[in-house]
Ligand binder design. Sequence first.
Ligand code: ADP
Length: 632
Amino acid sequence: MRKKSFKAESKRLLDLMINSIYTNKDIFLREIISNASDAVDKLHYISLTDEAAREKCSELGIFIAVDKEDRTLTVSDNGVGMNEKELEENLGTIAKSGSLAFKKEMAESDNADGADIIGQFGVGFYSAFMVADKVTVITKKYDSDVALKWTSEGCDGYIIEECEKATVGTDIIMHIKVDTDEEKYSQYLEQYTISELVGRYSDYIRYPIKMETEKTKNVAAEGEEAKYEKVREVETLNSMIPIWQRSKSEVSDEECAAYYKEKFMDFSDPLKTIRVNADGLVSYKAMLFIPSKVPFGYFTKEFEKGLQLYSSGVLIMDKCEQLLPDHFRFVKGVVDTEDLSLNISRELLQNDRQLKVIAGNIEKKIKSELMKMQQNEPEKYAEFWRNFGIQVKYGVVSDYGFHKDAVMDLLVFHSSEAEGLTTLKDYVARMKDDQKFIYYAVGDSVERIAALPQTELCRDKGYEMLYLTDDVDEFVMSAIANFDGKDLKSVDAEDAGLLTDDEKKKAEEAKEANKELCDFVKEAIGDEIVSCVVSDKLKTKPVFLSTTGHVTLEMEKYFAMMPGDEPKPTAEKVLELNPDHPVFAALKDAYENDKEKAEKIAKVLHTSARLIAGLPVSDAVGFCDTVCEFLK
Ligand code: ADP
């Protein structure tokens, strides 16, 4: 037997737990009970397919015992239990989920001792040390004959040794601290406090939480005079009705939020809670949550989507991915249906017709709730969009646009006209009578796009433009292509329809007249552009870069950011010059009288166009020298 030290992070967490001036110590019981309930769930789950485990399943439940003399509070479960390795990993190091999230939050917090953020979320097993100066864990794994005892008095480490335990499961024995002036720890040895805490925080736990309680009862036989005596009896403290089974009127928003935070390891209340009570072809109840922040690790490969699937109150699968389409993979929650067989295997589940019906309904429900939010709570929707808009956009382009129609209404964009974000539908409603297309412009930010030379003409016509700032936006536009009978067009598209017949004719003539000059400019600049033209898309600005072919400038930037050394696709760029701008006249004059100067002007214009487009400039020094020469 040797005393082992906690891993460094665990030690720090423990330190905080014990020493921080933390106002809500009560939650330790919820944490310990929730671990016990998970352990029972796990054993139950294993027993669905494992005969031997089934035999070990006695009447599943959680038992609380208080011993005032020893000052101990014990929470026992008959769940999976732990072997030595698990004891080490789970209680000797910081646990994966809740506690790790805690650690991350700590690292990001400015407040070094984090006292005020503890308790915003589940902190797990270590919270026992808030009220106990010594914790003993006696555990026996369901498939093992050896029982183990883990003991710790806090920061200085823990001891693991073999011991006796008749049944499988885990006892958490908390040796309650002595009272101080500020803190009455003894309350945790009172049955009243325990009942109250279980009722408040753990009522929906699906297994009975039992405790032997002392009550004063009338023990007189019928007809006799009342005779009161103290009797001890085992009482079930929780109602065991899972929160999603209780009606909307019975469960407050706060309760739903507390449930969400505890079960799905979030620090913040959900942005939206969605309740479903379906009775029809398939009956089921669901409680779904849209997180208010992007979940930890959301954009990593490790993030698994899915909803918890219960059949008649029993957990069948922790992350049932068939229940959520990818574009809603951020949704968390629970689905409970009576219509599924309990020991259904994963493979069978995949083809289950009922499950498909549920998944379809859930997708519709999430969408309709989001649509409601979009219409009635635009600020909240904007927050949702900031976090998960990109996911919805991927929904438009993925699977060759298969889900396009399902999510299109959810799309919102910045625009040149609307305050806040606008939908395609609202854009169309605002379109001018003579406007044929839905216009968009692309760039790094709203401000940059608004200043782009190629947006001038569209603005001049009084047409609204959608401002696209996400890498995926152009792909989204080409996947949608047409909305409500109107084609989507980039403002600098060849066929953007922004010119009158007269203007077109004038532009053709200007092109013809300046062809030689434009060829000269192309020659001077070289391979960085495919051609130079006089533009029909500019009003007051001298120059911009357009593209031909499939790769646009924004796509080029996007590809350039991708890892790897292989050559990335680039856009075929066209340098467009404004024939009505004074600098064009200067270029023309130089072309006729001083070719060297004309070449310099061409290069300055080209580099300026790259800067406007947000593209890198290879010869910044040369550019600066030439500009300075002109400025002299
Ligand atoms: P979390 O519950 O967030 O993972 P905890 O610190 O509460 O973190 O617990 C760490 C781990 O210890 C749990 O994930 C679980 O594997 C294990 N554990 C805790 N309590 C029990 C228990 N009563 N029975 C079995 N395993 C348990």
